[in-house]
Design a protein around this ligand. Sequence first.
Ligand code: MD3
Ligand code: FE
Length: 241
Amino acid sequence: MSQCRRASVWRRPGGSAKVSDEHQPVNLELFDDCVPEPVQQELAPGAVLLRGFVAEQDGAVLGAVDAVLASIALRQMQTPGGRPMSVAMASCGELGWVTDRHGYRYERSDPDSGLAWPPMPEILSRLAMRAAAAAGYPGFLPDACLINRYAPGARMGLHQDRDERDMSQPIVSVSLGVPAVFLFGGLRRAERPQRIHLRHGDVVVWGGPSRLRYHGVAPVKAAQHPRLGQQRINLTFRKAG
Ligand code: MD3
Ligand code: FE
C-alpha cells in the first residue's frame, strides 16, 4: 500500500510544497519504506489488473454508458434454471449476451424489443482496445459490451465465460461506482478463489491461460459513490462472434 507521508517533509515555511531544490538535496532514505502500489499487476498468467486505468476519463465513460442506457433498459434476465439474476444487464455493440429458459447465448438483437442493440460508443471500444494493448493483447476489437449493474446485495456466482467463439481473445472488464470483491478462481470450480478488491476506474484484462478461469462477484456491500450512488457498474468487452 502507498501510505507515504510526502508533503510535510518538503514543505518550506511560507512556501508551497516542493520535491527538492538546490538548497534541499533529496534524501532517498525517506522513501525506503514507501512502496507504491503498482499500477499494473499480473494476477495470474494472462490476467492483468490495471489499477485506475480509466482515470480522468471516468466522466466521459459514464456519460457514454448513460447514453446507451437512454435507449436500452437494464433488465434482470432469467437463468436457464428459471431464477432471475440479481445483476441487471444490457448490451451495446453488434452482439449482446442474453440468458433465458433456453440458455446462455449472444444475439444480434434485444429479445425484449426485437431491435438491434445500440452501437458501442467509440470512447468505450477505444478504452477496451487500449487496455488490452497495455496488457499485452494488441489488436483486440470488441463486438460486444455487456453492462452489468449491481445494486447493494447483487452478486454473481462462480462461472466460466465460454459463450464466445474464439477463446484466444481476451475479455476486458471495467469497474465503476462502488467497490466490489471479485472472486478469481481456477480452471476447476472446486479451486478456492482469490479475493480481489476492484474499485472505481480499475480495469482487468483476462486472457491466455486465465481466459477460462472460474470467476464471480461477492454480494456488493452498500456504499456511496459520488456519481453512481449505491450502484456498481461493470462493463465487459468481448470479441464474441
Ligand atoms: C475472469 N462479470 O459478465 S468481470 C460476466 O464484475 C462477469 O460484472 C463480472 O463475470 C462483473 O461474465 C466480472 C471480470 C471477468 C470477466 C471475464 C472473465 C473476469 C474473468 C473471464 C475469465 C476469467
Ligand atoms: Fe463472467
